[in-house]
Design a protein around this ligand. Sequence first.
Ligand code: HEC
Ligand code: HEC
Ligand code: HEC
Ligand code: HEC
Ligand code: HEC
Ligand code: HEC
Ligand code: HEC
Ligand code: HEC
Length: 474
Amino acid sequence: MHAKSVLYAVLASLSWCAAGVCCWADVPAPPVNQAIGMLDTLFGELAEADCRACHSSGVQDRHHVLYGQPIPPGTLAPHPDADSNGVPDTIYGCLNCHDSSFAPIRDCTACHTSNAHHKTSAATSHDCVSCHGDVVNNIGDGHYIPTYAPSDVTPSASCGDGLPLNSRGKGAGACDYCHDDDGLEPPTIRTNSDLHHATTYALDGALDCLVCHDMRDPLNIRVCEGCHGLDSLHNIQADSPKASNLGMIVVGGEDAGYGHVGQDVGPGASDCWGCHGFSLASAPGSGPIIPTVYSSDVASIRAGSNATITLSGASFINTMGTKLYESAVALTAADGSSVTLIPDLVLDEGTLVVTIPGDTAPGNYDVRAVKDRFSSNPAAITVVPLVTINRAVADGRVTISGRGFGGYARGSGTTVTGTVVSRKLAPPRILEATIISWTDSTIVAQFREVPQTVTVNSVFGQATSRVSSDGGRR
Ligand code: HEC
Ligand code: HEC
Ligand code: HEC
Ligand code: HEC
Ligand code: HEC
Ligand code: HEC
Ligand code: HEC
Ligand code: HEC
């Protein structure tokens, strides 16, 4: 075992609550609901359906564009040495991921066995916000962290000593007053420590203990505030079942227990109380509650015409006092360029309808709900190019120009076929061409016999055109 992981195993088996709080009290509290943020479960316990809930589009394309690309060291491809020459292959071929039957393995977790998210460069460079959205801050992004010495009303990382105790006998004034496991054996909803430690790969040295802990004063919230600034904490809230404003989040006007700023009348039934042990009419910085996106009803749209998508999520609209906060939508391309779209309709705090303009260029986009200074986590949508043939010209070979042809790999279903009608009453014959060259905009195909029409079967769809003869044009 790695030396650091030995240290970790030893340390993690300790608890830094000095005096254990006794007794289980019969009051409601942990675990919290799972309406906003990522699920409080471990990566290793997710099933294929969970992966596909977020990765709903383009899974196949994302793997297939890796064909011909270099295989990274430590690849999780099931057949790293597909040609069985005793040396790991360096370039992805079909057989690195498939066996010769090509029966696809659909269970993500068969290959993705270790934490796929927290080994990304975004995570190892501490850009947690890029996936989690603004329910957290990034370390060093300039957000406010108090510099005064923590006081009695400053929340601590764990081991609160405020009353009343929760159902686990834990005191108010700390995160684990509410964020704790579900008490099942084994738990599905995990403790804060399990959840953060599962992402650490602190073991790889990528995320040090000191990123999250002041080892000399571990209950001090200041280090945690590196990612959990008070401005974000004071804007985390889900809708409660309160009948008078169902479907709309009202800061200070919700039932207690659904977030951080829903109910500010205390002591017992106040959200403030769990962190501070006091209640005030409003928390500094509260206002635009941070939105969460679960999914888009459409994951893949066709370029060229407007497409209406419906986002489901949480906290798309809220009020604070007389002010209404409503989410817009940010559509961000892979190169980072972004446009803001105004929703057609916000049905309630969890449903938003927006139109993606038809002139949006093909590619993968992140869709986020944006409210005031806060963005949600992203959902991915793919704008698939329209497959169009402008011209197909025969000159021995057939040269097809257009767009949306994508890439070509023999045996993968990407083909050019031609229709030959030799005699009026005979059924047309379908010929498959040999591909001489293939780019996104031009294909040169060789037929045994020049066809009257050609059909391009690209990874993005199909297009058919008549073939004109070169001679006629000149
Ligand atoms: C809560 C939503 C969510 C769930 C559940 C989820 N993912 Fe992801 N995943 C993301 C986001 C967001 C990204 C980053 C954007 C992207 O690459 O699509 C990502 C990225 C990835 C990546 C790419 C990492 C890289 O190298 O860039 C892999 C691989 C991956 N996920 C696999 C999985 C697998 C396997 C599962 C199920 C065990 C899963 N994901 C479950 C949201 C999710
Ligand atoms: C990096 C790994 C990887 C590579 C390389 C790869 N594939 Fe796949 N392929 C997958 C995965 C994963 C799926 C299943 C996707 C899903 O279930 O959504 C898949 C699915 C398929 C399917 C099933 C389509 C269907 O829906 O029935 C075929 C056929 C296929 N691949 C052929 C190929 C061919 C041909 C190549 C080489 C040109 C190739 N693959 C290269 C990972 C790969
Ligand atoms: C047959 C094995 C296999 C299966 C099954 C599989 N993957 Fe992958 N996946 C890979 C390989 C190999 C890579 C490339 C990274 C590597 O080589 O380590 C990859 C990469 C990815 C990436 C990153 C692609 C990029 O942008 O570079 C995502 C996202 C992903 N997989 C998600 C999934 C999801 C979601 C599923 C299930 C629906 C799934 N994978 C099923 C083998 C697989
Ligand atoms: C590539 C996208 C991505 C990045 C970057 C990322 N995460 Fe995550 N994170 C996820 C996804 C998806 C989940 C839920 C599935 C899982 O556990 O992998 C998650 C789950 C978590 C959880 C457990 C769930 C919860 O609600 O407590 C914690 C803690 C966490 N991440 C911390 C971090 C930290 C700290 C960083 C930055 C150093 C970070 N993440 C960066 C995608 C990401
Ligand atoms: C009074 C109870 C309570 C206390 C104390 C509390 N939270 Fe929360 N927190 C909630 C509730 C309820 C939610 C909403 C959960 C949901 O519906 O997904 C929430 C959501 C969150 C979220 C959004 C992402 C997620 O995983 O749901 C973060 C981040 C968070 N809390 C951090 C903290 C931190 C850090 C502390 C300690 C400084 C803390 N909370 C203390 C009740 C509390
Ligand atoms: C991504 C943030 C993060 C990283 C990195 C991290 N921890 Fe933690 N750790 C937490 C959180 C959150 C808790 C729960 C709150 C608390 O008890 O302070 C926790 C709790 C603990 C506890 C208290 C016992 C327990 O499990 O509840 C110990 C001991 C601990 N961590 C040790 C370590 C060590 C050693 C490392 C480095 C190998 C480390 N942690 C890295 C976030 C982190
Ligand atoms: C490097 C950034 C980072 C640091 C430092 C950090 N956290 Fe977190 N924390 C996260 C992320 C990311 C999430 C997941 C938010 C989500 O659900 O989308 C999270 C979630 C939480 C939650 C919500 C419940 C849960 O586990 O999902 C609590 C409570 C929490 N953190 C407490 C702490 C405490 C206490 C510390 C200090 C000991 C700490 N965090 C340090 C990034 C961090
Ligand atoms: C999830 C925990 C949490 C909840 C719930 C919460 N706060 Fe806070 N609040 C904090 C943190 C963390 C700070 C920063 C304190 C520090 O670091 O000294 C803070 C700071 C404050 C401050 C001092 C501001 C400053 O500039 O230092 C006030 C006043 C306050 N909160 C009021 C409230 C009220 C009122 C509520 C309920 C409506 C509330 N808080 C709910 C975590 C929380």
